[in-house]
Ligand binder design. Structure first.
Ligand code: HT7
Ligand code: ZN
Length: 872
């Protein structure tokens, strides 16, 4: 297929002002009648073309007259109709087959055919699997939706919008109608029908609207929806206060399904969630999962304004809604929990997921210039880097200026399909600032390198900081331009205190932001009393890779003293990288000692937040370590990281680790408050370090912890230690867990994922054995991701076996998955990212597998595009 290009964008020749949809719902076959009120752009003369895929056309009429076969024709991916005029009404009736839909796009069945329920997923282009329509986000229409179905089989009928009538029909059937007053694009359409239970809450918006909040799930899951309801209410309140945004319908439905390609979907008035991102209860959810539920509930809710009321003109603008909404969720989560911990978590994710993407064959700008399959562009770059760009803009404008800007953006673009330019224009105009230089960030792929070098002139009491930027060529962009890079900074004295800053005659307090706009610039600080240690890029003020010629002692000073929790962690991460280099090259023992000594001191600091300490005690992950190597040997990196952690454990000492573990274990509760979560996090980290030093005693603790765990965080943490370090008790506990959670799909996913991550030679055979477990299936995306996705992306030594057997098994499964669900196959295939930098034996094995796979006949467009890019 040919690529679709941003540069080719044309406004639609035909719009749909109103749409009436009628569904005769059935598990095997559903009939959909659509009546479209058409509007023609008088300036264009293109024929009426509607998108449609896998539809069986049963009837077609224009302005009330059935159309003869000569007046319409099916074309590649759609339908062309003659004779339509401005104001014409086109009526089509089609048949779709929900139970046969394994791609989970369009209308499909969740669960077994006897008991499961029907639902839809339309973003990005699923609506064309439901009816013929101009399926593009710049066509916004008013929807009226009528659902008809057998009452016993489908007691609950839901669609987005306000309820607009319901009643009985002959033969045990019933109907329900929904009308949405807000025009919207087709990708936000949704319906749900089946046997579902609900919990409800009344909510009054700040502007006085009474809203019914309803969360729906299958009977065995509904009791786990209360936390999501609380999170929803918190999100609604927060958006009123932080952005002045109120909810705008009388009902807000949320539905949970086990069968979903992504985390959740913001359909207007009817959000649909993967159970993994909605259900939470202490017995089966970890602390991290609780936080994720809160974050995803907020994210989807926030889309009601950033995405739904103001939508995207085309899919190239995806980050307009996704980057902004991720940023909004990050700010919300920071307010609800700990701001530094949230920042650490998000930056770690960016480095783990987005930096490798931006450095490899799948690199693309936050606003890509072209794509073949839009579903492949729901990426860490569009989401996470996109959020970082919004963060830079928000930082540039300050809190009040940013709010002025978003107010103008929402009011000016309400009901419109907007572009990134519209976003920058509103933010800029509301503040009298030209933000167009930031547009370059949206169009340029690759992570900029920021080089920093400081010179202190004691005689002049001046500190000159030279900043230089460089982005390596890539993604079809041989010459990268300089970008505006805001660098938030502070200077520290040798005693660990921040020095006052005097820059260009201005006196700031102790923190300032300088913006690098050229390839290289100098910033001179005056009146600097001593040679300072700079703390740069505070709060990760720009998504770049900082290269600064710190000594280990300077990093240790920041790690020990920076009052900013994020930068303290960052100094520790940089020092850990240096320590890793030192171990690898058998050099610079100072770096290892500096890292271990600084952390050993912090370990004894009773004032330090337990969760922050846990993060400080965690060195960068194997993926991040691999990113810095020109030739990657995953086994070596794994060994190196283990060695580094062992050195840390030894430096702290087994006695201290053991004592700390016991103290933390003695406080163990199931409570979810921040302090209890922090103490569990630290306990797990300490147990992990102890296991590297003294596996037998760590496993004794783990066995007790597994047995007595008051909640899933402790249970799963203990299981992980036993599974790694104790053959007998590991096997026993895994079997115990398997039986205990036999009927809990999300808990079983964790069981599969935990084992898929166990490192070493035995990993592949273990994965194969797990595939034979009766609970394993490729048809459920969560299950496939838990076992295969975790193996490929979370088990470097297992997947990257030198003999290539890991790659071969994985490729076979990708092929099988592709026939069922191309979106999932394509996403899992990205685990091969970075294969070109593998050491020669693994690289050849990976290349052979990728080449064979990509030569296969009948691959989906999704998988073919990923493999094609990977092999470019
Ligand atoms: N906006 C949603 C995207 C999404 C999606 C995209 C492709 C295929 C399936 C999908 N399900 C949900 C999710 C979000 O960012 O909120
Ligand atoms: Zn989103």
């Amino acid at each position: 297929s040919l690529p679709i290009r941003l540069a080719d964008y044309r406004a639609p020749a035909w719009r749909v002002e109103r749409v009436e949809l009628d569904f005769e719902l059935g598990i095997d076959a559903t009939e959909v009648t659509a009546k479209l009120l058409l509007r023609r752009d008088p300036a264009q003369h293109a024929p009426l073309r509607l998108d449609g895929e896998n539809l069986e056309l049963l009837a077609i009429a224009l302005d009330g007259q059935p159309l003869p076969a000569t007046a319409y024709r099916t074309i590649e991916g759609g339908l062309e109709v003659d004779g339509a005029r401005d104001g014409s009404v086109l009526e089509t009736r089609v048949r779709v087959l929900p139970a046969a839909n394994t791609a989970l796009e369009g209308l499909y069945l969740s669960g077994p055919r006897e008991t499961g329920f029907l639902l839809t997923q339309c973003e990005a282009q699923g609506f064309r699997h439901i009816t013929y329509f101009p399926d593009r986000p710049d066509v916004q229409s008013s929807y009226t939706v009528t659902l008809r179905a057998d009452r016993a089989r489908f007691p609950v009928l839901l669609a987005g919008g306000n309820p607009d009538g319901a009643g009985e029909l002959p033969g045990g059937r019933h109907w329900a109608r929904f009308a949405d007053p807000h025009p919207r694009p087709s990708y936000l359409f949704a319906l749900v029908a089946g046997r579902l239970e609900k919990i409800e809450r009344d909510y009054r918006t700040a502007d006085g609207r009474d809203v019914q909040l309803k969360i729906w799930a299958e009977a065995d899951a509904i009791a786990s929806c209360h936390y999501a309801m609380d999170a929803l209410e918190r999100s609604m309140r927060w958006d009123e206060q932080a952005y002045g945004r109120n909810y705008d319908l009388d009902v807000f439905h949320v539905v949970a399904t086990h069968d979903f390609n992504m985390g959740a979907m913001e359909n207007k008035g009817l959000n649909i969630f993967n159970t993994k991102c909605l259900l939470a209860d202490p017995d089966s959810s970890t602390d991290d999962e609780y936080r994720r539920v809160e974050a995803v509930v907020a994210h989807e809710y926030f889309h009601n304004w950033s995405g739904n009321r103001v939508t995207c003109r085309d899919w190239f603008q995806l980050s307009l809604k996704e980057g902004f909404t991720v940023f909004r969720e990050q700010s919300f989560s920071a307010d609800m929990n700990s701001a530094p911990l949230k920042r650490i978590e998000d930056v770690a994710l960016l480095r783990r997921a987005q930096f490798p993407e931006d450095a490899g064959p799948l690199a693309h700008p936050v606003r890509p210039a072209e794509y073949r399959e839009i579903n492949n562009f729901y990426t860490a770059t569009v989401y996470e880097k996109g959020a970082e760009l919004v963060r830079m803009l928000a930082g540039r404008l300050g809190a009040e200026g940013f709010r002025r800007g978003t107010d103008l953006y929402f009011s000016r673009n309400d009901g419109r399909a907007a572009t990134i330019e519209d976003f920058l224009a509103a933010l800029g105009e509301a503040n009298g600032i030209d933000l167009t230089p930031y547009l370059a960030w949206y169009g340029q792929a690759g992570t900029p390198r920021l080089k920093a070098h400081g010179e202190y002139d004691a005689a002049r009491r001046e500190y000159a900081l030279t900043l230089a930027q460089y982005t390596p060529p890539g993604a079809g962009q041989p010459h990268k331009q300089a970008l505006p890079i805001p660098v938030k900074l502070a200077l520290f004295g040798a005693d660990g205190r921040m020095l006052p800053l005097h820059l260009d005659g201005q006196t700031a307090a102790t923190e300032a932001v300088v913006v690098l706009t050229e390839a290289e610039q100098h910033f001179v600080f005056r009146d600097v009393a001593e040679r300072p240690v700079p703390s740069l890029l505070r709060g990760f003020s720009a998504p770049v890779i900082l290269e600064c010629d710190y000594t280990p002692a300077e990093l240790a000073l920041l790690l020990g003293h920076d009052p900013d929790g994020f930068n303290r962690w960052e100094a520790g991460q940089q020092l850990a990288l240096r320590a890793c280099d030192a171990l690898r090259d058998d050099a610079d023992p100072q770096a290892v000692a500096a890292w271990c000594d600084a952390l050993a001191a912090l370990f004894d600091d009773a004032q330090l937040d337990a969760a922050l300490l846990a993060d400080l005690l965690t060195p960068p992950g194997e993926i991040e370590l691999a990113e810095r190597e020109s030739v990657v040997d995953p086994a070596r990196i794994h060994a190196l990281r283990q060695q580094l952690q062992r050195r840390l454990a030894a430096r702290i000492g087994g006695g201290k680790l053991d004592a700390r573990y016991r103290a933390l274990a003695a406080q163990s509760t199931a409570a979810l408050d921040a302090a209890s979560q922090a103490s569990r996090r630290l306990k797990q980290r300490v147990l992990h370090l102890l296991a590297l030093l003294d596996p037998a005693s760590a496993c004794d603790h783990a066995a007790t912890q597994y047995r007595d765990a008051p909640g899933m965080t402790d249970r799963l943490g203990a299981l992980a230690v036993l599974a790694r370090h104790d053959g007998v008790r590991g096997t026993e506990s895994l079997a115990h867990y398997r039986a205990r959670y036999a009927n809990d799909p999300l808990a079983l996913d964790k069981w599969f994922a935990l084992q898929a991550q166990l490192p070493g030679e035995g990993a592949l055979a273990r994965v194969q054995a797990l595939e034979a477990d009766p609970a394993f299936t490729l048809k459920n995306p969560n299950r496939a991701r838990a076992l295969l996705g975790t193996f490929a992306s979370g088990n470097p030594t297992g997947f990257h076996r030198a003999d290539g057997a890991g790659y071969r098994l994985y490729a076979e499964r990708l092929l099988a998955l592709d026939a069922l669900n191309p979106q999932i196959a394509a996403r899992l295939a990205t685990a091969f990212n970075g294969w070109q930098r593998l050491e020669p034996r693994r690289r050849e094995a990976a290349h052979a597998v990728l080449a064979t796979l990509s030569a296969h006949d009948g691959l989906s467009r999704n998988l073919a595009e990923i493999l094609g890019n990977m092999l470019k």
